[in-house]
Each structure stands twice: as structure tokens, then as C-alpha cells.
Design a protein around this ligand. Structure first.
Ligand SMILES: C[S@@+](CC[C@H](N)C(=O)[O-])C[C@H]1O[C@@H](n2cnc3c(N)ncnc32)[C@H](O)[C@@H]1O
Length: 270
């Protein structure tokens, strides 16, 4: 469904993002799910377009600053390795073995997809240690990396989210950057004040077998406790203003944000 939204946002007039493979990767099933979700959340395509574009820009900026490793945690149908590839840069995709097998099967039908741009790192976060798996895949933990953790944190329990945040801050080069999106607790935890449309949207995700568990209202204490020295956050409305020049109160899409974190304070001019 996320890939379908990315594809739709890429095909729209004045597209904010550009993922030429997303719609085909999503297939009819993904597209149908996205159309179903539209009924409850007409701004979802805009959010997915903004999220894709902003995270792409963060990765590009990291590469421009000399980072040579990009790690995509819970990669799903992410195509950044193909879209943002550069000579000398390694893209590691860490994902559940079954998701990865499904993606590889889909990609095997694409004639032009540069599969060699990806290092696949199969890992079940419930059982395996992703740091060990990355070592085995040849990642250099002494050199900075750009970590993308998109569309994942709210599906974890707080304990697992904290443990991963802490390892990212402590087990890798301090000048590494983490980019992640998060939801506020009102959305993630089903506050009674949630609008009926939002509750319906949450219902669809739960029906799909991915209930949300973890929301963040103020990421500063969480990130400080997990070992970060740098944090910037940006909201959906701020990104919409920046990338489309528009603000619309009726979008009612205020619970999504993106955070940038680093264990080093040296990125403060980011
Ligand atoms: C909602 S998808 C996000 C996909 C992608 N990052 C995006 O934004 O399009 C969540 C991803 O988390 C992965 N995931 C869920 N549970 C996992 C586990 N126990 N171990 C490894 N990956 C897991 C799934 O395989 C899936 O790719």
C-alpha cells in the first residue's frame, strides 16, 4: 500500500517525489488497498510523497557530506538503493527474510532494476541481532552511515523501539545520521479524542495485521535517554508548506512527523 501511494505521488502532476518502480512493485493489490485508505485519509498520498521526498533529500545530503553507507531498516518495497545509487556508496536493506524474498521475487520480473545496487541483509528483528547481521554483510561500523527507519517505529513496542534507537546511537560511528518517521500518542494509542476518520484508518492497519503500539509526543527525552546529541523534527504541515507552498487546515494530518537524530552534536548545522 505504501509503495502504491509512493507510485501515485510520483505519477501526479507536479510530482513531489520520483519512484518509477513503486506502482509496479505495489501491484493491483497495493493499489486497491491505497484506494480503500483514501476514503478515510485523503491526504495520505500527499504524506507519502512528502515522506519519500524528504527522506530522499536527507540521504542525498548525507552522501553529499561524504557518507558512503546507507542502511534501510525494515526496507519493504523501498527503491532508494536503485534511485539514489552512486559509485562507491553501499546500500544495505535490512528486512524480515520473508518480506525480502517477496521483494526479490517481484524485482526478478523487472528488466531494468539495478539489483546489484543493493546488499540484502535478511534479519528477523525479533530473533536476530541486526548489528551482527550488518557486520556479516560487510558494513564498516567505524565509518558514518545514514540510517533510514521509515514506516516502522509505531508498529514496535516501546521497549523494542528504545533498544534499537540505543544500539543505533551506541554501536555505530557517532557521526551517523538516523532518519525516522513517527506518530503522536493520540494516533498510535487510540485516544478517545481521535477523530472517527482517524480511528477508521487505524482499524484498517490493524485488520491488515499491523497494529500500532508506540507513539511519541516529544521525542527529545526519548532520544536523550537513548544516547543522541542531535535531534531535529519536522511535521507534515511544515513539509507540505516547504515542498508544495501550501497549507490547508482541513488536511487534518497533524500526527505525522519525521525526526533526524545523531549521537554526535556535530550535525547541529544540518
Ligand atoms: C510498513 S513496512 C515499511 C516499509 C518501508 N520502510 C516503507 O516505508 O515503505 C514495515 C517493514 O518492517 C518489516 N518488519 C516487520 N517486522 C519485522 C521483523 N520482526 N523483522 C524484520 N523486519 C520486520 C517488514 O518486513 C516491512 O518491510
Amino acid at each position: 500500500m505504501v509503495a502504491a501511494y509512493r507510485g501515485r505521488a510520483s505519477a501526479a502532476p507536479n510530482a513531489i517525489c520520483d519512484d518509477p518502480w513503486a506502482l509496479r512493485l505495489a501491484g493491483p493489490e497495493g493499489e486497491e488497498l491505497s484506494r480503500r485508505w483514501d476514503e478515510h485519509s485523503p491526504s495520505m498520498e500527499l504524506w507519502m510523497g512528502l515522506r519519500t521526498r524528504y527522506i530522499d533529500d536527507c540521504v542525498r545530503r548525507s552522501l553529499h557530506r561524504g557518507v558512503r553507507q546507507v542502511v534501510i531498516l525494515g526496507a519493504g518495497l523501498d527503491t532508494r538503493a536503485a534511485r539514489l545509487r552512486q559509485k562507491g556508496v553501499r546500500f544495505f536493506e535490512v528486512d524480515h527474510p520473508s518480506s525480502q524474498a517477496d521483494k526479490r521475487e517481484r524485482l526478478s520480473k523487472f528488466e531494468s532494476y539495478p539489483i546489484e545496487a543493493v546488499t540484502f541483509v535478511p534479519c528477523d528483528f525479533e530473533k536476530d541481532d541486526f548489528v551482527v547481521q550488518l557486520d556479516e554483510a560487510g558494513m564498516d561500523r567505524s565509518a558514518p552511515a545514514c540510517f533510514v527507519w521509515e514506516g516502522v517505529i509505531y508498529y514496535l513496542h516501546e521497549e523494542a523501539a528504545r533498544a534499537t534507537l540505543t544500539r543505533l546511537a551506541t554501536d555505530f560511528a557517532p557521526r551517523s545520521l538516523l532518519v525516522f518517521d513517527y506518530l503522536n500518542t493520540k494516533m498510535a494509542k487510540s485516544s478517545p479524542r481521535l477523530r472517527p476518520e482517524d480511528r477508521a484508518m487505524k482499524g484498517i492497519v490493524e485488520e491488515l495485521g499491523e497494529p500500532m503500539h508506540f507513539g511519541i509526543d516529544d521525542p527529545t527525552p526519548l532520544m536523550a535517554e537513548c544516547g543522541y546529541r542531535f535531534l531535529r523534527t519536522v511535521s507534515f504541515d511544515e513539509l507540505a508548506l516547504e515542498y508544495t507552498g501550501t497549507y490547508a487546515r482541513e488536511r487534518f494530518f497533524r500526527f505525522q512527523s519525521i525526526g533526524l537524530g545523531s549521537a554526535s552534536g556535530e550535525l547541529s548545522l544540518w
